[in-house]
Design a protein. Structure first.
Length: 105
């Protein structure tokens, strides 16, 4: 994925969240503000046919981190990024609620 395409995704995530609390692969030293979206690049989806690559989509794991267990941010992401975004799992860590989503972009 080109950097321009990722920056377009970043801007879209800021718009959906309604704040600047969007972080791309943040290092441990970054103090995140909540609620936020943290996203990291994953292995792309590549489809082959006739010994050739014919389809490729970049894949990201988005994590919504929010003190509110009833946050609607994951639902807004899925609605805005359909059909390429889906909820993967929910979990709690450090007294914060996390929702991991998978996005093909």
């Amino acid at each position: 994925m080109s950097k321009d395409k990722r920056l377009t995704l970043h801007s879209k995530l800021i718009e959906i969240l309604g704040s600047e609390n969007v972080y791309f692969q943040p290092p441990e030293s970054v103090k995140m503000k909540y609620p936020c979206i943290r996203y990291v690049k994953q292995r792309p989806l590549v489809e082959h046919a006739d010994n050739m690559k014919y389809f490729k989509k970049d894949r990201y794991e988005l994590t919504v981190i929010d003190p509110d267990p009833d946050t609607d941010i994951p639902d807004r992401l899925v609605e805005s990024l359909e059909p390429y975004c889906s909820i993967d799992r929910y979990y709690t860590a450090d007294n914060l609620n996390h929702c991991a989503l998978e996005l093909y972009y």
